[in-house]
Design a protein around this ligand. Structure first.
Ligand code: FES
Length: 250
């Protein structure tokens, strides 16, 4: 039985006794995740139009441009958000289903005989690096927060432009995505069986409950932050290339 209660028919891709349109769930994932991957790859290699005034694209932050590096500076730092998202528990489920069809959905047949080894062998054992990508992503979050604060200062004077709001919204959504991470919740309290038996048990329990609340919405934050980071980069690219003008609100 699958988790939906339907019986799995094995041996044929897509075979299922499910009566619902299970395949509909895959379409937006293929379109959005596939589209974002193509756009992000193009922007990472483009290597230009990533800053304007106080705005810096999140794809290029922190901006590191050593003299010996001939390619786009984004390629030096994008491994952090890429590794963090690629090993994310939610995205793993999404792309295993939508791109690998392994399986395409609960209680739906796969193309090959089922030989589940979990993530215990190469290359999928690398998914276990998620916790370490989380540590790097937390540092990146601090840097992106600094970028959002810097976006309020135009030639040394306080101001607010549309780009400022875009970068602030982006860091807000990225924070929700990062703080709702399953690994972070586990680090804070998931492995504790008895909160009253450990040091700082009350505070840890409160923190765990707060992060558990965020964790319930992790999928939503994963998608919203994906949109926000892509749109923030697109906005800065359009302003930096002169396609649009940044509207100053203050
Ligand atoms: S589980 Fe998704 S970011 Fe950690």
């Amino acid at each position: 039985m699958g988790e939906s209660g339907a019986v799995v028919e094995r041996g044929r891709l897509g075979a299922s006794m499910r009566r619902d349109a299970w395949w509909l769930d895959l379409i937006p994932i293929v379109i959005v995740l596939g589209g974002f991957s193509v756009y992000a790859t193009w922007r990472a290699f483009e290597g230009k139009c990533y800053e304007w005034g106080p705005y810096l694209s999140p794809f290029y932050s922190p901006l590191i441009k050593p003299g010996w590096w001939p390619l786009s500076p984004a390629l030096l730092i994008l491994w952090v958000p890429l590794g963090f998202r690629a090993t994310c528990y939610y995205y793993r489920k999404a792309y295993y289903r939508a791109f690998f069809l392994d399986p395409p959905a609960c209680a739906v047949g796969e193309s090959r005989p089922h030989k589940y080894r979990g993530e215990t062998a190469f290359p999928f054992i690398l998914q276990n690096l998620h916790r370490y990508f989380l540590y790097a992503a937390l540092i990146l979050l601090i840097i992106l927060s600094y970028d959002a604060i810097r976006a309020f200062w135009f030639d040394g004077r306080f101001g607010i432009g549309v780009g400022t709001l875009v970068l602030v919204a982006n860091i807000g959504l990225l924070s929700l995505y990062t703080f709702s991470c399953h690994s972070l919740r586990h680090i804070l309290g998931g492995k504790v069986d008895c909160f009253s038996c450990v040091s700082f048990g009350v505070s840890r329990h409160q923190a765990w409950r707060g992060f558990s609340f965020l964790n319930d919405h992790h999928m939503l934050f994963a998608w919203l932050s994906l949109f926000s980071v892509g749109l923030a980069d697109l906005y800065i690219r359009l302003v930096a290339s002169g396609w649009i003008q940044d509207l100053r609100l203050l």
